[in-house]
Design a protein around this ligand. Structure first.
Ligand code: ADP
Ligand code: MG
Length: 345
């Protein structure tokens, strides 16, 4: 078995912070004796990522996503644990490491604020020792989806958020790294800008096989891009698996919505429709059937409605359980577990 591209084992990162005491007396006391408290941002995290994977890293605010990414990038030194990215220990081999990874942090920039976007990219290419020919070839490739040309002469500070992010992505890939870390790359972007960035990410993952870890708040993005997700909750990985496995965790219902030619009326009763494992209700012009997972094949439920109403059915929509709800439930389950553990025996 070849070594996975990324291997993280028993990773712990703690931050020491201190509480400031109020007032002048407090400030004096702080000088002599600071009251430290330790925040364990990443708590015994382990996972491996194979070459070419695109993995979504999700979790609530403060869960430890950025801290993990920063350790993987070599920006932060861990408290303990092991990390190997493409055969390197990020914080030990920093210089070699940054040459071989790409990173985008939605909250900060790797570009020069006062330089034109194109000059910023050129400068980065120089820093990464990318040849003129390679630079030209990559820019031409990026241009197809990112459409940078229209703003290459504009100073970075004058770019829109979406333009800036397109530029950041190009910058992170100029040196053709095999691995890309993206920490909330689409934060604050509108739908159109998000879409072009997703398309680009899909493309570079598919065509160049760039291994990607993506953190985002937008679970739709994960659904569109990542076959696998890691969920982190308070510094601990609470789920690691495929999107399908995540969905399968939901005992949730699948919803069938039938658009009817006529409104069904408030006192409508689901006569002649299968009752076992299906809850039927009328909502104006819609007939809604909620199926508990595994209860009744959805095809059977659909057939029953078509037999009963025939031409009265104009359209059918099937909605899977929302990924947001599944993830929310995982957090809830973790909270319950913590509470149970805190109860005195
Ligand atoms: N430089 C730091 N100093 C002190 N605490 C920090 C620092 N960076 C992060 N933290 C704390 O670590 C925890 C995890 O933060 P972070 O990794 O940024 O979470 P996420 O990216 O998932 O929102 C939070 O409680 C945060 O306040
Ligand atoms: Mg973060």
């Amino acid at each position: 078995m070849p070594e996975p591209l990324i291997r993280v084992a028993r990773l712990v990162k703690e931050f020491k912070t201190y509480d400031r005491r109020g007032g002048i007396a407090g400030a004096m006391l702080d000088l002599v004796h600071r009251e430290y408290k330790t925040v364990r941002a990443v708590d015994d995290v382990g996972f491996t990522i194979e070459r070419g994977e695109m993995v979504g890293y999700i979790g609530a605010n403060g869960a430890g996503k950025s801290t993990t990414i920063k350790v993987l990038c070599g920006i932060l030194f861990p408290t303990s644990g092991e990390v190997a990215v493409d055969g390197r220990v990020p914080w030990k081999d920093r210089e070699a490491h940054v040459q071989r990874i790409g990173a985008v942090f939605g909250q900060r920039s790797q570009l020069w604020w006062d330089l034109a976007a194109g000059e910023s990219l050129r400068l980065l290419a120089k820093i990464y020792a990318v040849s003129e020919a390679e630079y030209a070839a990559r820019m031409a490739e990026f241009e197809q989806v990112l459409e940078l040309r229209e703003f290459l002469k504009t100073p970075v500070r004058k770019l829109s958020l979406g333009q800036k992010m397109r530029c950041e992505l190009a910058a992170s890939l100029l040196h053709a790294p095999p691995v890309l870390f993206l920490d909330e790359p689409t934060i604050g972007l509108d739908v159109v800008a998000k879409q072009s960035i997703r398309e680009f990410l899909r493309r570079i993952n598919r065509e160049r096989g760039v291994t990607t870890i993506l953190t985002t708040h937008d679970l739709r993005e994960i659904e569109e891009l990542c076959a696998r997700v890691l969920i982190i909750d308070r510094g601990r990985i609470v789920f690691d698996g495929s999107l399908d496995e995540l969905r399968a965790q939901a005992v949730d219902t699948v919803e069938l919505r039938f658009r009817m030619a006529h409104a069904l009326g408030a006192d409508w009763q689901p006569e002649g429709l299968p009752a076992q494992g299906v809850a039927w209700k009328a909502e104006g012009h819609e007939l809604v059937g909620s199926l508990t997972r595994g209860s009744l094949p959805r095809a059977e439920a659909i057939r029953a409605v078509l037999e009963r109403f025939g031409q009265g059915v104009q359209d059918i929509a099937i909605s899977e359980p929302q990924i947001e709800r599944i993830v929310q439930r995982i957090y809830e389950a973790e909270k319950q577990k913590r509470r149970a553990a805190e109860q005195p025996a």
